[in-house]
Design a protein around this ligand. Structure first.
Ligand SMILES: Cc1cc2nc3c(=O)[nH]c(=O)nc-3n(C[C@H](O)[C@H](O)[C@H](O)COP(=O)(O)OP(=O)(O)OC[C@H]3O[C@@H](n4cnc5c(N)ncnc54)[C@H](O)[C@@H]3O)c2cc1C
Length: 427
């Protein structure tokens, strides 16, 4: 990758959140800064003849000390080998070890959009450090509870957390109850049964169909039910949880009494709450930037809504925390990160050459679509592709590692692929 001459003024981009959306913004910005086409673009990028390169200085702040493949959670919290793979410390991501990329481990606590500064509480020292920026990217996703996602902030703590959970599951002689038959609950129950076939796994859902709150057609919900049952998971529909109480067991092992509002009772060694009670992480932004639920209000070029904050056009948001149509998905988060990089670059070109008319990428409305891993199979639905399912769908959407390699390769975190450069050279 070519380096930028030192005399070019630096453009400071501060990215809050180093996962699918944030890292996608970073890697595509690196490409654009180096005069290359963004790696996620289907078409070659026409660079400005008098601004062929931009000296981007990228700061990525994350509460975690690494990139965590969130999609892999159902497997990471069931299989120790996979758990090791699912979290890669930022310092171990080869494609991001560059002089113009800095990682800050800490929690973004406030942003002054007028002054263009972001304050981060350092994860180790707990001190507040203020970072000036030219462009700000919000990519902090949603906050989700344990054990849907690990709560640890370092790889070391996370491996302990995962191991403890895996041991508890191994010893679950009274079985495991997964509460919540949305996409996350289905994947958690199916993955658990797939990895530990000896376990009795029960998925309970309050409504008469799985994925009842996702805007999906009934045949997709029915296919998901058929496939989750095929894995050996027992499914209880129309079962709303009333209580789950820890009770004494004669041998001291973990035991819960689970009661439902329809009067049904059962016991389990482990109860996993997989209810969709995720909340926004964007409380560090001025409240004018978000809707009442905390989602960031953006326009189609992914910048903050005009006038919602000072300098709205220098503030961008992608991923789960953005207020946009569609089921929250990692593909949409990466796509959004790519568009933000493109649009920041266009905005920089305009600053450096006022005659430049920015050609922004605009996010389209996203119809409901899903790819759901269910043990050895997957179910996929989109309005264009319709419903499909089976092992070949699993291969296409997730391969054999719940999409870890697909995401890693798409973002080219191992380093930008040489063949992309060759294509450009030939073009
Ligand atoms: C169990 C599970 C299974 C899923 N399966 C699928 C699937 O099969 N397919 C699919 O497409 N999608 C799936 N999803 C959804 C997908 O994971 C999300 O859409 C995706 O993670 C969104 O990416 P993001 O970059 O916006 O946010 P995230 O991946 O949530 O990343 C946000 C990052 O910001 C950091 N952060 C948060 N707050 C702060 C702060 N204040 N300061 C600094 N850093 C902060 C976090 O530590 C995190 O690293 C699944 C989700 C879950 C929970």
């Amino acid at each position: 990758m070519g380096s930028v001459p030192e005399s070019v003024p630096a453009v400071r981009v501060f990215i809050a959140g180093g996962s699918y959306a944030g890292l996608s913004a970073a890697v595509n910005l690196l490409d654009l800064g180096n005069g290359l086409s963004p790696r996620m673009s289907n078409e070659p990028y026409a660079h400005h003849p008098s601004v062929p390169k931009v000296n981007f200085e990228i700061t990525i702040a994350d509460e975690r000390d690494g990139y965590y493949h969130l999609i892999g959670s159902p497997l990471a919290l069931a299989d120790a080998d996979y758990a090791k793979k699912a979290w890669v410390r930022f310092q171990d991501i080869p494609g991001l070890q560059l002089p113009n990329v800095k990682f800050v481990q800490g929690s973004v606590s406030s942003v002054d959009c007028a002054a263009k500064t972001a304050t981060v509480i350092d994860g180790t020292t707990k001190e507040a450090v203020t970072h000036p920026y030219d462009y700000f990217v919000t990519a902090t996703g949603l906050r989700r509870v344990w054990p849907v996602v690990p709560q640890a902030l370092t790889q070391k703590q996370y491996l302990v957390e995962a191991e403890t959970q895996i041991k508890a599951l191994d010893n679950a002689k009274d079985g495991v109850v997964v509460v919540g038959g949305g996409a996350v609950g289905i994947e958690m129950a199916a993955e658990l049964k797939h990895v530990k076939p000896h376990l009795k796994v029960t998925l309970v859902h309050s409504r008469d169909r799985l994925m009842s709150s996702e805007p999906l057609p009934d045949d997709c919900r029915d296919k998901a039910l058929e496939m989750v049952k095929e894995t050996g998971v027992e499914v209880l529909l129309d079962h709303r949880l009333a209580s789950s109480t820890k009770v004494d067991s004669p041998d001291g092992s973990s035991k819960y009494e689970v009661q439902f509002t329809n009067g049904h009772k059962m016991t389990a060694s482990v109860v996993i709450m997989a209810l969709s009670n995720s909340t926004s992480t964007a409380s560090y932004l001025p409240s004018s930037a978000t809707d009442p639920e905390g989602y960031v209000k953006i326009v189609s070029n992914m910048s903050f809504e005009p006038n919602s904050v000072p300098n709205a056009s220098s503030h961008f948001c992608a991923g789960d925390v953005a207020k946009w149509s569609g089921i929250k998905r990692c593909g949409a988060a990466m796509h959004g990160g790519h568009y933000i990089a493109h649009n920041i670059h266009q905005s920089v070109l305009q600053q450096q050459d006022p005659r430049h008319e920015p050609r922004f990428q605009h996010l389209q409305e996203i119809p409901p679509m899903i790819g759901l891993a269910v043990g050895k199979n997957a179910v996929a639905y989109s309005p264009d592709g319709g419903l499909s399912s089976g092992p070949e769908v699993m291969q296409a959407y997730f391969r054999d590692d719940l999409g870890w390699a697909i995401c890693w390769e798409y973002m080219q975190l191992g380093g930008r692929k040489p063949e992309v450069k060759l294509q450009e050279a030939a073009a």
